[in-house]
Design a binder for this molecule. Structure first.
Ligand SMILES: NC(=O)c1ccc[n+]([C@@H]2O[C@H](COP(=O)([O-])OP(=O)(O)OC[C@H]3O[C@@H](n4cnc5c(N)ncnc54)[C@H](OP(=O)(O)O)[C@@H]3O)[C@@H](O)[C@H]2O)c1
Length: 338
């Protein structure tokens, strides 16, 4: 079978804020309408549930071959079956990946064959009530949401380069606004653990990751980060009922009551899919999006529902974080790969 033609690398430097005609409540299907991803290959981490599953659906429906990278492969089997019979859709595959286990990340990356056009770093955990650490001594939210994804992208760098014009999409959160990255104590070894500060820090790291990835732009690899909005999914599993009620999303009887600005998972996946597939993003890198357009820069210490904090776009912090992450992941590689 002939290999489909791949687009030439394009490097465009756009300095004005990138806006689109898609409303904030557009769905993933709407933002990808008219885009043909036949011959493209994508990986979506955490693609078996929530926003990730809707991202998989939209990319596969547009013709991409999508691999769901999940620590529970059985959960993704319905997605595989859903697309096995759809003509003109891409096939959906499943592969095991636990982002907190670098052996698992390494195995996933080593097993990958051929080019990779789209990597959606979507998997995440939020607000673990107690400080929990991985075998590496890494705080669990930082390990899952950022360090595991950093190791994965690094392991897949050659396949991304091979694609000629590849995109990394990093699913961050508005929670990034509450804190810069703490280089002195990223794993809460000395400061008191706070579930929301830990989550916010990991999501700041996600945005800085997209900024730092400019070092790969000469290889045709772009990276952008996004906030999907507020969506009721399994992500809230660590929140108790009192917290859910305090957020106004649960009534006295335990029923979920999304607020008017909450999105469905299909709407929540729209910005991810826009960044992964829209021609509007050709050559765009190192930026932060929400509600289907680039977000304005705001101060990080304000009470607000939108915008990107300047601390998350700081190129100096991005380079420092890149060095930190490369060192942390490199230490594992030295021990385990001889
Ligand atoms: N929902 C929101 O309101 C909201 C807002 C802002 C940002 N986000 C971000 O959106 C992303 C998707 O979240 P969601 O709302 O769709 O929640 P979700 O349904 O819980 O999806 C998160 C996914 O990440 C996977 N995951 C967790 N730990 C993992 C690990 N160690 N290795 C591999 N996969 C792992 C989960 O798999 P398991 O099922 O095996 O746990 C799950 O499939 C997250 O990055 C989240 O921070 C969500």
């Amino acid at each position: 079978m002939a290999t489909p033609a791949r687009p030439e690398r394009r490097r465009v430097n756009i300095s004005s804020r990138l806006t689109t005609s898609y409303p904030s409540d557009a769905t993933a299907t709407e933002v990808i309408d008219g885009v043909d991803l036949t011959g493209r290959r994508a990986v979506v981490t955490g693609g078996a549930s929530g926003i990730g599953a809707e991202t998989v659906r939209a990319l596969a429906a547009a013709g991409a071959e999508v691999t769901v990278a999940t620590r529970r492969p059985a959960l993704a089997e319905p997605l595989v079956r859903e697309f096995a019979a759809v003509s003109r859709a891409g096939r959906v595959h499943v592969a095991a990946l636990d982002l907190t286990d670098l052996s698992s990340v390494d195995s996933f990356a080593r097993a990958w064959r051929g080019p990779l056009d789209i990597l959606v770093a979507n998997a995440g955990v939020m607000a673990l009530p107690e400080r929990t650490v991985t075998d590496m001594g890494w705080e669990m939210q930082l390990a899952t949401n950022f360090l595991g994804h950093f190791a994965l992208a690094d392991g897949l760098r050659a396949p991304l380069r091979e694609a000629g014009s590849a995109r990394i999409v990093v699913v961050s959160s508005g929670a990034h606004r509450q804190t810069p990255f703490d280089f002195d104590d990223p794993h809460f070894a000395r400061r008191p653990y706070d579930p929301w500060v830990a989550y916010g820090q990991s999501k700041t790291a996600d945005v800085l990751f997209a900024v730092g990835a400019r070092r790969w732009s000469a290889e045709g690899i772009t990276a952008n980060a996004l906030n999907p909005g507020f969506i009721l999914t399994n992500l809230q599993r660590h929140l108790d009922d009192d917290t859910m009620r305090a957020f106004g999303v649960m009534d006295e009887d335990g029923n979920l009551t999304p607020l008017p600005y909450y999105k469905t998972p299909e709407q929540g996946a729209a910005t991810s899919v826009l960044l992964a597939a829209s021609p509007l993003l050709d050559g765009v890198s190192g930026r932060y999006f929400e509600d289907n357009e680039e977000a304005p820069v705001v101060r990080g210490d304000e009470e607000r529902r939108g915008g990107v904090a300047a601390h998350a776009l700081d190129p100096v912090a991005a380079d420092r974080l890149w060095e930190y992450a490369a060192g942390a992941v490199g230490a594992w590689s030295k021990t385990h790969q001889g």
